[in-house]
Design a protein around this ligand. Structure first.
Ligand code: PAF
Length: 285
């Protein structure tokens, strides 16, 4: 680990990143990657701390991936401040920041994408059909460039975590994909770069998303009717001003529709819009 007194090395090319990891690995180091799109918040920093706890060298990638945004989404407006991000990472002793340009990841003539199925079906894909193909493609490229032993992802994006874990297993990529529990504000709101879009009034309402999940999870744990618990959470959110995309109970390992809630690992997931901001959250049941 960098001792925290130096800025992390900024690496812009795939070849440069591969050479750096190869040198570390040649010296016997274990390498961890925390993939991000920048606009780092305390949730990201916790992922970096978790990475530092399991590896000798830590890479943070910063890349706002055009392939995971639809033309109508916020790619251009997505918050970007690399200098501030790198300064925050320096304090944590990160060794390298991999921050390629778009053309380095998607060179002229780029014509290959990772297609995903299984845990990618439904939920987020219903609202954002382009999303997981774009995520899987870029994460595969990040894994090839950074060649980490372990990669850490936040559980806030639970479906993304399962899609990436499945993709790494299916493609035989030699990396352990590790989930880290969601980091929340004191009022329960899951930390997200997109929380910056919330108006002060919306920010006050936003924690109701987590509260609605908790009430539904409590009802399901107490043996209540699942459909009724999900409907109650939806009504509660709509009454608070959310436009709900889904509140769903799924198998926590596969995201398949639950056949028997008493005999499966369960995850409760929600996506809802508050004004122009789309928020997602999930909890174990
Ligand atoms: O969760 C994110 O920030 C992004 O989807 C990821 C995993 C960095 C891929 O662009």
């Amino acid at each position: 680990m960098n001792d925290g007194n130096d800025l992390p090395e900024r690496i812009r090319t795939v070849a440069g990143m591969q050479a750096r990891t190869a040198a570390w690995r040649g010296a016997g180091a274990q390498v961890a990657l925390v993939p991000t799109m920048g606009a780092l918040h305390d949730g990201h920093l916790q992922l970096v701390r978790a990475a530092a706890a399991v590896a000798d060298r830590v890479i943070v990638s910063i890349f706002v991936n055009p392939a995971q945004f639809a033309p109508t989404e916020d790619f251009a407006a997505y918050p970007r401040d690399e200098a501030a991000d790198v300064a925050r990472l320096a304090a944590l002793g990160v060794d390298a920041v991999f921050a390629p340009a778009v053309a380095e990841i998607y060179p002229d003539g780029f014509a290959t994408r990772v297609a995903v199925d299984g845990p990618a079906l439904g939920l987020e894909s219903d609202a954002r059909p382009h999303f997981f193909g774009g995520v899987a493609t870029v994460v595969a490229k990040l894994f090839i460039a950074c060649a980490p032993d372990v990669a850490i992802f936040g559980e806030k994006d639970y479906q993304q975590l399962l899609v990436i874990r499945r993709m790494a297993a299916d493609l035989g990529l030699p990396v352990a994909v590790v989930g880290h529990p969601t980091i929340r504000s004191a009022d329960g709101l899951a930390l997200s770069s997109r929380n910056a879009y919330l108006s002060p009034g919306e920010r006050t309402t936003a924690p109701r998303l987590h509260a609605a999940l908790q009430s539904a999870a409590d009802a399901i744990r107490a043996g209540g009717d699942v459909a009724a618990a999900l409907a109650a959470a939806t009504s509660e959110l709509e009454a608070s001003g959310f436009a709900v995309d889904y509140v769903a109970l799924r198998n926590a390992e596969t995201l398949a529709v639950v056949a028997d809630p008493r005999n499966e690992p369960l995850r409760l997931l929600v996506a809802a819009r508050l004004g122009r901001t789309r928020l997602i959250d999930n909890i174990p049941v």
